[in-house]
Each structure stands twice: as structure tokens, then as C-alpha cells.
Design a protein. Sequence first.
Length: 158
Amino acid sequence: LGPGGLTRERAGMEVRDVHYSHYGRMCPIETPEGPNIGLINSLSSYARVNEFGFIETPYRKVDIETNTVTSQIDYLTADEEDAYVVAQANSRLDDNGKFLDDEVVCRFRGDNTVMARERMDYMDVSPKQVVSAATACIPFLENDDSNRALMGANMQRQ
């Protein structure tokens, strides 16, 4: 995998496994089967590569003063995201963009947790931002076995 890089035979599980920093940047499902599994990945649906070569994913900004989800979109790298509390895209909002629930399911430094709505800094753009375009085409993906989802994503890509 490139000059001076890893070889398929020497790459261990820690290299192939999904890391929390991949969220919204690298698809956790779409990867080749066989010896390259986990070594070759696909970008997630909304991800982009910035001018420095880092992968960014979009988030909707939450106004701290009014606790309202705005239409402002900020692209964050994995290390920038670690400093913020990010609400899930399917969090319930009213017509003005305020969180309806007192406690919101969110992510902070790689952990899924529940926090008060006042602590939210950003909100995911879409529930599908975690997967690639091919994987997003699979209906009822959340109910599929992981091996079947992998095969389905690879078939969608063909």
C-alpha cells in the first residue's frame, strides 16, 4: 500500500478497525472483502478533503446564546470536533430550531452520551453523513447484519 507503507500481511487489527475519528469522514461499512479489508476505505457522503489534506465533515452550528440550531454549516476535522458536543441529526427540533427535549443524545470526544440541550455546540447535518453514497442506497441499513451490509455496499458500488 504505497512505498514504505503497510503490507496486507503485516497490517494488524488496530490498523483495519473503525476509529471514532472516522465518523462522517470514512464509511465504516464500505471496504473490500478479503486481504484488503479495512485497509481501503471510502469517503462518507458529505465528507470533503481540505487544502491541507485533512478530511472534514459538515455540522450545523448551534447558537450558544439562543440555543437554536442555525443554517450555518461548519466543516470540522476530527481533532477540531473533539472540542465540541455534537447532537444527532434526528434530534427533535421545533419550528424555530430549538431542541424539544431537555436532554439530547450526542457525541463528545468519541463517546455517545446524553447531555442537556444547552450544552450542544453542533448538530449532524444528516443521519446518512456517516456512510458512503453507495451504502446510503441500502434500505433499512440499520436493521441489516453487518456482513450483508458490507456485501450490499460493495454491490451498489459496481
